[in-house]
Every structure is written in structure tokens, then in C-alpha cells.
Design a protein around this ligand. Structure first.
Ligand code: APR
Length: 316
């Protein structure tokens, strides 16, 4: 079948794991890995390609020699970036990764001008905002992957606590992909049963803290950031877009008046389908959640302001 072509930019841990997950579910016809380090893309594409003998479908997995190999993708996943090193300030990291976005997005606009972009690079909400500014595409076509992962982490912690409901736990979160994320146990469920009828407030608070620290906890053990859960979360979102399955998923999107904000990218529940974001769902927030949401939005705006002050947005 022609189409169902997914380009993954950044064939590191997260990008390659997303490719592997897509291959194992048979969600797409072709996965193309592109990395500035061509050998990484080639080696991973060979390895993943050699797993397809035992995959449900014979997904074609290739490496792009250069960015022109990313032609006519339906979905582009961006996982390119550098991790923060001890001698880098937040501003340094923001500028470095924003410049990587500039390089990457230039290639996407040239070779896959009709694609839907799924941004995974961190700091997630800010990089998603940068991609909106760089492309000036309609907002439904640019989506940040964060809530899919944070929600999966919250569901895991809930299952660890109660010991049942595996695969039936639906966790909702809003806000940024960081310390100010806002888990919403009041609208999360286990097999349809409201969570607050199953877990005490104190236990829920502990679950919220562990969810927020989910990434850091893994870094502590591994010395590197997570990739299996992020890879699977990417795959689920790509599958929803390719299948037009219209699932509800918290995702980082550009608000245009929703929740009382404009021109900011932040996590809220959306409907994912063939057009990317089919709909933004506006939850009714109580006053406490509204003020938490403001803190979260402000923290994202701070990052955008740093880029602004450093002249990033004047350079294109
Ligand atoms: N074009 C293409 N690839 C690039 C570019 C670029 N301009 N710049 C960097 N890369 C590639 C690197 O060569 C590297 O292989 O991006 C890849 C990033 O992979 P890893 O360092 O393994 O990082 P990973 O753990 O996969 O995380 C990637 O996802 O979850 C986020 O915080 C994480 O921002 C990070 C991203």
C-alpha cells in the first residue's frame, strides 16, 4: 500500500524505539530514519529492518542518506536534540535545541510539506512552539508528544498502587511536560470507575509526585533518559493519525483562545485523527486548577521569552 510513510528525525534512543514500536504494530508501510549522524540511522534501520521477519507486516525500514530521503512522509516525528550537559544553562540548551529545530524543520518543509509533525524533542512545549513559528503551518498539523507519555506513567503508578486494572487505567493530565504538569485524578478512571473512589487523597498525592518525577527516576538508574515508554507513546499517536482513529489524548498544542490563552503551546486533551488535531477539548477547570495551569503556561512562556531575548525569532 502506498502512503502511510513515517519519517523519524533523530535516530537516537527515542527515535529508534518509536520506529521499532511502529514496526511491531505494523502501523505503517514505511519508516525512514534520518539522523545527522548517518551511521546511527543506518545501523538502527538495519537492526530494526531485520526484526521485521517476525513482525505482523513487512514494514519497510530504511535510513535516509541525507534529508532528501524524507520525501513525502505522511507523518514526521522529531526527536533530534541534545541532552542538557552539566555546564549548560537552561538558555544554552534552549538555544541549541531551537537551532536544531530550525535545521530539521527546514528539511521537513522542503521534503514533506504536507506532513503532520509530531514533536518529541525537549523542552517539549517550547520546541513545539518553535516549530509552529518556523513553519507557520495550520496549528492542527503540529503536535507535541507529552501527555501520552506522562499519562502512561501515571497509569503505571496507579496500577502499582492498587494492583489491578492494568490496561484499563485512563489518566488525564494537562499543562507542561515538566515539573508544573497537572495530573487530573478527578477525571481519571480505572475501567470506568472514577479514581477518587478507589484511592485516598494521600496515596493520590504520592502517585502525582512519582508521575512528575517519572523521567528523572529513570535517569537516576540508567544515567540516560527513558525511551521505551516514550517510543511506544509516539507510536500510539502516529497510529491514531494514520488510522484516523480519533482518540482522545492529552497533547501539546497551540492555543488560540481555548482555556483563555493564545499563542502558547501547552498540554490539553485533543482528538487525534488524519488531520492531526481534529479538536481541542476544553475541560471545565476549577479555580485551583486554573491557577496551576497559569503557572504551567508561564513556565513555558519563560522559555519562549529566553529564545526571544537571545534573538532566535529574529533569525528567520
Ligand atoms: N538533524 C538530525 N538529527 C539530529 C540533529 C539534526 N540537526 N541534531 C541532533 N540529531 C540527532 C543526534 O545525532 C542523535 O542521534 O538526534 C539524536 C538524539 O538522540 P539521543 O541523543 O539518543 O536522544 P534521545 O534519548 O533519543 O532523546 C531525543 O527526545 O525525549 C526527548 O529529551 C529527549 O530531546 C530529547 C529527544
Amino acid at each position: 500500500m502506498v502512503g502511510r510513510k513515517v519519517g523519524i528525525i533523530g535516530a537516537g534512543f527515542v527515535g529508534a524505539t518509536a520506529a521499532y514500536s511502529l514496526t511491531m504494530t505494523g502501523a505503517c508501510h514505511e519508516v525512514i530514519l534520518y539522523d545527522i549522524n548517518t551511521d546511527i540511522a543506518k545501523g538502527k534501520a538495519l537492526d530494526i529492518g531485520q526484526s521485521t521477519s517476525y513482525a505482523p507486516k513487512g514494514t519497510i525500514v530504511t535510513a535516509a542518506e541525507d534529508a532528501s530521503g524524507l520525501k513525502n512522509c505522511d507523518v514526521i516525528v522529531i526527536t533530534a536534540g541534545v541532552p542538557r550537559k552539566s555546564d549548560m544553562t537552561r538558555a544554552d540548551l534552549l538555544m541549541i535545541n531551537a537551532k536544531i529545530m530550525k535545521d530539521v524543520v527546514g528539511n521537513v518543509m522542503k521534503y514533506s510539506p504536507n506532513a503532520i509533525i509530531l514533536c518529541v524533542s525537549n523542552p517539549l512545549d517550547i520546541m513545539t512552539h518553535v516549530i509552529h513559528k518556523l513553519t507557520a503551518w495550520k496549528r492542527n498539523r503540529i503536535i507535541g508528544m507529552a501527555g501520552a507519555l506522562d499519562g502512561a506513567r501515571m497509569s503505571y503508578q496507579i496500577n502499582q498502587k492498587i494492583g489491578y486494572g492494568s490496561g484499563q487505567i485512563k489518566s488525564m493530565l494537562i499543562g507542561d511536560h515538566g515539573q508544573n504538569m497537572i495530573p487530573m485524578p478527578e477525571i481519571s478512571t480505572v475501567g470506568g470507575v472514577p479514581l477518587n473512589q478507589l484511592i485516598s487523597k494521600e496515596d493520590m498525592q504520592a502517585i502525582i509526585e512519582r508521575t512528575k518525577d517519572g523521567g528523572a527516576e529513570i535517569v537516576k538508574h540508567l544515567g540516560t533518559s527513558a525511551y521505551y515508554a516514550p517510543g511506544r507513546a509516539i507510536s500510539v499517536m502516529v497510529e491514531a493519525i494514520l488510522d484516523d482513529s480519533r482518540i482522545v489524548m492529552p497533547s501539546s498544542v497551540l492555543l488560540d483562545g481555548e482555556y483563555g490563552y493564545k499563542d502558547i503551546t501547552v498540554g490539553v486533551p485533543v482528538v487525534l485523527g488524519a488531520n492531526g488535531i481534529e479538536k481541542i477539548i476544553e475541560l471545565e477547570l476549577d479555580d485551583e486548577t486554573k491557577s496551576k495551569f497559569k503557572v504551567s503556561v508561564d513556565s513555558i512562556q519563560d522559555g519562549i521569552d529566553i529564545l526571544e531575548k537571545n534573538g532566535f525569532f529574529n533569525s528567520f
